[in-house]
Design a protein around this ligand. Structure first.
Ligand code: NAD
Length: 504
């Protein structure tokens, strides 16, 4: 054990039954400050017994929370929204200290989470049922939607606040109780939000944070009282979560990884395209599921676009997110080294490394997990640099001869999360939107994350399950529909009839 890996005295608790609960499994994982390169706390890794205790607490809270009127539940969420808005700077600091993203980016993440809280406040409108009078003589039919019970959320490291907020505000508005298993890499945001929900008036047990690794995840997947799983993470784990949860009879939405392409046509505004490629390629150090990592450029404008991107990269400041920087470190040393290894792979595969992020001079501690913006031209599509989701500040340029070749490339990808086209030709943009097999599309917009009243989710290996996150998809996911056929007796009733009900 090196000095920087020595366990710190700070141990993060779980949050069960409306209060912090020390981990009891004896297993922990280190949490790093990526800009300092050192361990700042230990996160507990739950045992099967702790999973059972967490789910039991959430189950006990379900009748209490779901039994409250819509008005009372929404008053809690409204208060959470107010508290979060007032204290978001605290949360941003937590995000930066464990994820590494710069403070302004952390603030952006919180703002997008807040959007979903606000959307969840439209629950009274969403939950209005249907009613059909006199569908058969004297018979009315109507529908109501009810909460599922205990719902599980398993979230990734790259958005420790926003991704949980894609789900829990809507789940809670609908009357469910929540068990959140956050990423063990940056777990503190979940505890902070749990404490805020309690302060906002949420009953004890309605929101649980259970820290852990595969043991905790498998425990939730197997537990009969967990009705649904909302997962966000890498594709191999998403596939596993989807198949296991579905086999255990749960409702499941599992959002996976991505390789997002941005297609630049010759008539595009190249300054706009260069800004977009840099923002979407290097924002949050490329650790976004909607990051652009494959820049597909029609050859005629490739040299000009690359020159503009180089100029912009030269102005970027990589460093400690608490300082005046554009881009922070990667989340762990291991991840930083893996991402850096792709630069060697690119050179070995015949690509040309235009800007090598390993040469960066960071504005931060020498032990931080630094890798600067990296630009690689002429990446062969057979290379792992093109095929793998690198999840770091590495932007690959793939040159194509035409629009058709670009679209064929995008559609051949196993992923289908986000994509963007840059063009001034409305007809080409419209064709692109129709022809491309991707779930979220930007037209002269590089990171087309839909607003909260639409839904977020990709196609193909980027989403397993039927329901996207938030928006109406989210509301439907967290509720079960009942259709009621009702007759109040009147003088015309009666008579035996063993035939299948027919309307008359
Ligand atoms: P990850 O798959 O490693 O981890 C996600 C969650 O799964 C974590 O809570 C982790 O503890 C748990 N987990 C990890 N290994 C597991 C295993 N073997 N069994 C059970 N559970 C396990 O993902 P990550 O590295 O935290 O996040 C980055 C990934 O998430 C990227 O692939 C990114 O594209 C993806 N992502 C996708 C979206 C989307 O909306 N599609 C959004 C954000 C992130």
């Amino acid at each position: 054990m090196t000095i920087t890996d020595a366990p710190s005295t700070t141990n993060l608790p779980h949050w069960i039954g409306g209060r912090p609960v020390e981990g009891a499994s004896g297993r922990t994982a280190p949490v790093y400050d990526p800009a300092l390169g050192r361990v700042t706390k230990q996160v507990p890794l739950a045992s099967e017994e702790e999973v059972a205790a967490a789910v039991a607490s959430a189950k006990a809270a379900f009748p209490v929370w779901s039994g409250q009127s819509i008005a009372k539940r929404l008053a809690v969420l409204f208060s959470f929204r107010e508290l979060l808005n007032a204290r978001k700077a605290e949360l941003a600091e937590i995000l930066t200290s464990e994820h590494g993203k710069v403070l302004s980016d952390a603030a952006g993440e919180i703002a997008r989470g807040l959007e979903v809280v606000e959307f969840a406040l439209s629950f009274p409108h969403l939950t209005k049922g249907e009613f059909s009078q006199n569908v058969s003589t004297g018979i009315d039919v109507y529908s109501v939607r009810e909460p599922l019970g205990v719902v599980g959320i398993i979230s990734p490291f790259n958005f420790p606040a926003m991704v949980p907020m894609w789900f829990f505000p809507i789940a809670l508005a609908a009357g469910n109780t929540v068990v959140l298993k956050p990423s063990e890499k940056d777990p503190s945001a979940a505890n902070w939000m749990a404490a805020l929900l309690t302060e906002a008036g949420l009953p004890d047990g309605a929101f649980t944070v259970l820290h852990g690794d595969k043991v905790a995840v498998d425990g939730l997947l197997a537990h009969p009282d967990v009705r649904s799983i909302s997962f966000v993470g890498s594709t191999p784990i998403a596939r596993y979560i989807y198949s296991t949860a579905a086999a255990n009879g749960k409702r499941v939405q599992a959002l996976g990884g991505a390789k997002n392409h941005m297609l630049v046509l010759p008539d595009a505004d190249l300054d706009l395209a260069a800004d977009a490629a840099v923002n979407a390629g290097f924002g949050s150090a490329g650790e976004r599921c909607m990051a652009i990592s494959a820049l597909v450029v029609v050859d005629a404008v490739a040299d000009a676009l690359i020159a503009k991107i180089r100029e912009r990269i030269a102005t970027l400041r990589t460093g400690d997110g608490r300082r005046d920087c554009d881009m922070g470190p990667l989340v762990t040393r291991e991840h930083r080294d893996k991402v850096a290894s792709y630069i060697d792979a690119a050179a070995a595969d015949g690509a040309s490394v235009v800007v090598d992020g390993r040469d960066v001079q960071p504005d931060g501690d020498a032990n931080g997990f630094w890798l600067g913006p990296t630009l690689i031209d002429r990446v062969p599509t057979s290379s792992s640099v093109y095929r793998d989701e690198i999840f770091g500040p590495v932007l690959s340029v793939i040159r194509v001869a035409s629009y058709e070749e670009g679209v064929a490339l995008i559609n051949a990808s196993p992923y289908g999360n986000g994509t963007a086209i840059f063009t001034n030709d409305g007809g080409a943009a419209r064709r692109f939107q129709q022809e491309v097999t991707v779930g979220m599309i930007g037209i002269n917009v590089p990171i087309p994350v839909p607003v909260a009243y639409y839904s977020f989710g990709g196609w193909k290996d980027s989403l397993f399950g039927d329901a996207k996150a938030y928006g109406e998809n989210g509301f439907r996911f967290f509720t079960n529909e009942k259709a009621v056929t009702s007759r109040w007796l009147d003088p015309s009733h009666g008579g035996l009839n063993l035939g299948f009900p027919q309307n008359a």
